[in-house]
Unconditional design. Structure first.
Length: 60
């Protein structure tokens, strides 16, 4: 089911870092619903992005 202002898109794509990076630009406005292994790949990409800032100082 979709909420107002939201819609579901079914895609057949080659899952790659390029695809995940493209999807990343939508932030919390996009979500991978399936397959689970692609959800895990996106989680790993997001964790890698966060880890680059964990020890960063905003004053550098």
């Amino acid at each position: 089911p979709t909420r107002e202002g939201w819609f579901t898109v079914n895609l057949y794509v080659s899952v790659s870092p390029v695809f995940l990076s493209w999807l990343f630009q939508f932030g919390d406005k996009a979500r991978i619903l399936a397959p689970a292994e692609v959800q895990v790949q996106m989680q790993q990409l997001l964790q890698q992005a966060i880890s680059g800032y964990e020890n960063a100082s905003i004053f550098n």
